[in-house]
Design a protein around this ligand. Structure first.
Ligand code: ADP
Length: 462
């Protein structure tokens, strides 16, 4: 745990006592703050009280006594409307912070020999992969790396700091909205596409949240920006004009005069005077596809910014084992392979229309969740589809059709959607897919030799 500095003997309220809230409360207490906690769920309050925290009903509290309100990122700050705690904090001019902000203050307050390097990663897609990849690349090069934030453990649950350590933090737009003083040695925005717009009041708010990762950077810091979408292109142009930090544009679509880019799976370093071919990503174990080349370009650029040699920065890319649920083969029965590629539930803005180029490779779609009707309308006349309702029925029907075809086939979980209508999160959904595939394998096992096995490359979340 990292004891939070800067709030010694000050009264701080923590609202939202899920994992990151409780961690923040513990870390504040360890740093000497006077902590009070609250949640709308009674069970969460009881658990915190059992741990020794003082409960204070924030609806009736004296806010003038509070120095800060630590909010969990799940609590709406602005949209659809500010949470009541946010309104009370604003009225009383109490600062609102998130756990990443607490870390930022602690890092800033630390003496130089204790201050680690911070790599912060955001984007609409590929955050976890890139965060894990940077962690792997740095670890392979012999660095002391910790990974956390929106992936794995919360930032304040990471091991305490020292000057030689590198903290690689995956930051969501919600977390960034609650962060104001973080100064990332390396800040990465991979890409931006419409997402979570209801929580940011539209695209402008969402882009503004992502941009916050670049705040406070100065000379000696590096901004790595994917320039394959118009929103990121604009950010790159604007910060280039400000020009105080090092800016590394990355692309998985085109060659650039300056930056890091991947073309047909070959990674090029064009940060120096000449363009150098640094890796053949097409033969990397776990980075298939152009989207992963974007992640690899970002990880390479981050590695170089942290002082790794081109060889070391490239080498880790090749040995990365990948993350579970991201194009993970969860099993096979005979000629049918089951692949989890998160990409039904609630439709994201734009739906699946932008995947239209890929409809030709889909033999049939099995739709589940809230988005089933909308997706069926988009697929009409292009891809045969059926509404299966729930995961187990969808996997069973897909397997039956695939088997009947007698051909090699892939049953692909590719939701293109958030998971919250039927599952706790995307991992829960991925596990439901895995369980459904394994259930079928057990039935098939007496007759076929191809029992479902976990993919060798499917490492758990780092
Ligand atoms: P995030 O943490 O941003 O949700 P992940 O690394 O967990 O992203 O990847 C989730 C899925 O997003 C992957 O299975 C893949 O389908 C897709 N993806 C990964 N990287 C990218 C990228 N750079 N651009 C677009 N899609 C991506």
């Amino acid at each position: 745990m990292i004891p939070v500095r800067g709030f010694e003997n000050q009264k701080i309220a923590v609202f939202g006592l899920a994992r990151s809230g409780l961690t923040a409360a513990r870390a504040l207490k360890a740093g000497g703050a006077e902590v009070v906690v609250w949640d709308e769920k009674l069970t969460a309050c009881e658990a915190a009280r059992a741990e020794g925290f003082a409960l204070e009903d924030l609806a009736s509290a004296d806010w003038s006594q509070l120095k800060g309100l630590v909010l969990s990122p799940g609590v709406p700050l602005t949209h659809p409307k500010p949470h009541w705690t946010v309104e009370k904090a604003r009225a009383a001019k109490v600062e609102i912070l998130g756990d990443v902000e607490l870390l930022a203050r602690t890092v800033a307050a630390a003496p130089t020999f204790k201050r680690p390097k911070i790599v912060a990663v955001t984007g609409s897609n590929g955050k976890s992969t890139t965060t894990a990849l940077i962690g792997h690349v740095c670890r392979q090069a012999g660095r002391d790396v910790r990974i956390g934030g929106n992936i794995g453990v919360g930032v304040l649950d990471l091991e305490d700091m020292h000057g030689g350590a590198i903290y690689v933090l995956e930051l969501s737009s919600y977390q960034l909205d609650l962060t104001s003083t973080l100064k990332a040695d390396v800040a990465i925005i991979l890409n931006i596409s419409p997402d979570h717009l209801e929580r940011h009041g539209g695209m402008e708010g969402y882009v503004a949240a992502k941009r916050r990762i670049l705040l406070n950077q100065g000379k000696g810091d590096t901004a790595v920006i994917g320039v394959d979408d118009t929103w990121c292109q604009q950010i790159c142009t604007e910060i280039t004009a400000a020009n105080r930090r090092t800016i590394v544009p990355i692309s998985a679509r085109r060659a650039m005069g300056r930056g890091v880019y991947a073309l047909q799976g070959v990674l090029y370093d064009a940060m120096g005077d000449r363009v150098v071919e640094v890796a053949d990503l097409a033969s990397a174990r776990s980075l298939p596809g152009r989207h992963n080349w974007q992640n690899a370009a970002a990880a390479y650029a981050a590695g170089r910014a942290l002082g790794l040699s081109p060889e070391d920065a490239a080498e880790g890319l090749m040995s990365f084992a990948g993350l579970a649920h991201r194009m993970e083969t969860v099993g096979a029965i005979g000629k049918v392979r089951f692949v989890n590629w998160i990409a039904g539930g609630q439709a994201k803005a734009g739906g699946i229309e932008e995947l239209a180029d890929l409809f030709g490779v889909v033999a049939k779609a099995y739709l589940i969740g809230e988005a089933a009707d909308a997706f069926a309308r988009t697929l009409e006349g292009k891809v045969p589809c059926v509404k299966s309702g729930v995961m187990e029925a969808a996997v069973r029907a897909a397997y039956a059709d695939a088997k009947a075809s007698g051909e090699e086939a892939i049953v692909l979980l590719s939701p293109a959607c958030a998971s919250f209508d039927q599952f706790t999160d995307f991992e829960d959904r991925g596990e439901a897919f895995r369980a459904a595939a394994q259930g079928l394998a057990q039935v098939a096992a007496p007759r076929s030799q191809g029992a479902v096995t976990r993919a060798a490359g499917g490492a758990g979340r780092a």
